[in-house]
Design a protein around this ligand. Structure first.
Ligand code: GCU
Length: 420
């Protein structure tokens, strides 16, 4: 065994976690070309019991992901308030009730998250809910004028954006891709928030929760050590704070959904918060559902170069040596275990490495079995259009990188199989 790790093996038997300061330098990790065994501690010692897994290996993996990749998730604020700014029972011709809620996080200089919640009027009890983070604002998923326009910075590519800000022209611009009516008809509630309320996707500017953290700690903004994905995951958690207490929502059936960078976020959010019952990271790829060691599509080097602010500074040390990572993304899936996860993909989206993602699920499967749960009921990637609906689910369709109403049909089928 690697000498440093042998020393750690001994100490890890008696203590649960190392302090961040004593975690090894990335250069001291051995090169492991294959996906590391999730059922071994960093020390190399085997995880022998479910108790080991729950009390020691899960906390260790969380610490490793925060320390070497995503950066620490921001702390839960000491004060959170929910302000309902509108309730409309006639949404989509009475199919659902629309509520607009502002989640105010923190006392001074708070982060404000606009959450849109739609519950199905036909469901009398508590409804399961899809919670999705969107790119362009809540006002783009429906053209209902009662949904407030997103106020913060938005991507230029968002329809109707002027100077990186929403205008009325953006209302409903993506509604064809968000079939809220179908979601309601199938008995689910739907909630969404915009990533930009948490942290705009620019590493170098002073906005968002990370900038607030920097200000209160008296630190300078460090673009390459920003941890934007972890900040967004914190945003999911704050929305769950609301949903888990809402009387029309079933707190045991909250699904987190996101596309691409938002999918990376949805998986991280589920890994770190057991209130999330199902994770659907759609076409998330590198830094999410694809292996960091992957050889197809986006590499760790490419993602670190193009999006340095998504991860922390330590992750940059794996740029040219991803095989030194003491974990890979199957360990993030394993943190969700035994809860269900669906990886969905598109054939032409090789940038997201669909076959590598299947390998990630296969490598997470032993943890599900260890926890006496079903895992991935497939040994090979399914044919296009065929949903593997086991606890670890997989889907690939023809076509490109996008999230369509058809994809939502698959999310619903998977949720029916796993949450009902
Ligand atoms: C880029 C990036 C991906 C990311 C995608 C997206 O393509 O390389 O990692 O998933 O943007 O978020 O749309």
């Amino acid at each position: 065994m690697f000498p440093l790790l042998r020393t750690l093996a001994v100490s890890m038997l008696s203590l649960t976690l190392m302090s961040a300061a004593t975690l090894p330098d990335p250069s001291s990790f051995p090169v492991q070309p294959d996906l590391p065994d999730p059922l071994r501690f960093l020390s190399g010692a085997p995880v022998k019991t479910q108790r080991d897994w729950n009390n020691r290996r899960r906390p260790e993996l969380k610490q490793l992901f925060e320390h070497y990749m995503y950066g620490a998730l921001p702390a839960r604020p000491d004060r959170i308030t929910f302000e309902t700014t509108g309730t409309h029972q006639d949404f989509l011709n009475g199919l659902g009730t629309l509520r607009t809620v502002t989640i105010v996080c923190g006392r001074t200089d708070p982060t404000r998250i606009q959450l849109m919640v739609v519950t199905p009027n036909a469901v009398k009890g508590r409804a399961p809910v899809f919670l999705a983070m969107n790119f362009c604002g809540n006002h783009t998923v429906s053209d209902d004028p009662r949904i407030p326009l997103t106020e913060g910075w938005l991507y230029k590519s968002c329809a109707g954006c002027v100077d990186n800000h929403a205008t009325d022209a953006s209302r409903g611009s993506q509604k064809q891709d968000w079939p809220i009516d179908e979601i309601l008809r199938r008995g689910y509630a739907f909630a969404t928030f915009c990533s930009t309320d948490i942290d705009s996707d620019r590493g170098d500017v002073s906005d968002g929760i990370r900038a607030r953290e920097d200000r209160s700690a008296g630190r300078a903004v460090e673009p390459a050590n920003r941890g934007t994905i972890a900040a967004w995951a914190w945003g999911f958690h704050r929305c769950v704070d609301f949903l888990a207490k809402d009387r029309s929502i079933d707190p045991k059936r909250i699904a987190a959904v996101g596309h691409s960078r938002n999918g990376k976020t949805a998986l991280l959010a589920a890994a770190f918060d057991e209130r999330i019952a199902l994770a659907i990271p759609h076409q998330a790829g590198c830094g999410g559902t694809a292996p960091s060691r992957g050889t197809i599509g986006e590499s760790t080097a490419r993602i670190n170069a193009a999006f340095p602010h998504w991860f922390n500074g330590a992750f940059k040390q794996f740029t040219n040596a991803p095989a030194r990572l003491p974990f890979d993304q199957h360990c993030l899936v394993a943190l969700v275990a035994p809860r269900p996860v669906l990886f969905s993909n598109a054939q032409e989206d090789q940038w997201a490495n669909p076959s590598g993602q299947f390998d990630v699920l296969k490598a997470a499967d032993p943890v599900y079995r260890f926890l006496k749960a079903d895992g991935l009921d497939a040994t090979q990637m399914p044919a296009e259009g065929v949903l593997v609906r086991s606890r670890l689910g997989y889907y690939i369709r023809p076509g490109k990188h996008s999230m369509t109403a058809g994809d939502w049909g698959v999310f619903l089928d998977f949720a029916d199989a796993q949450l009902k």
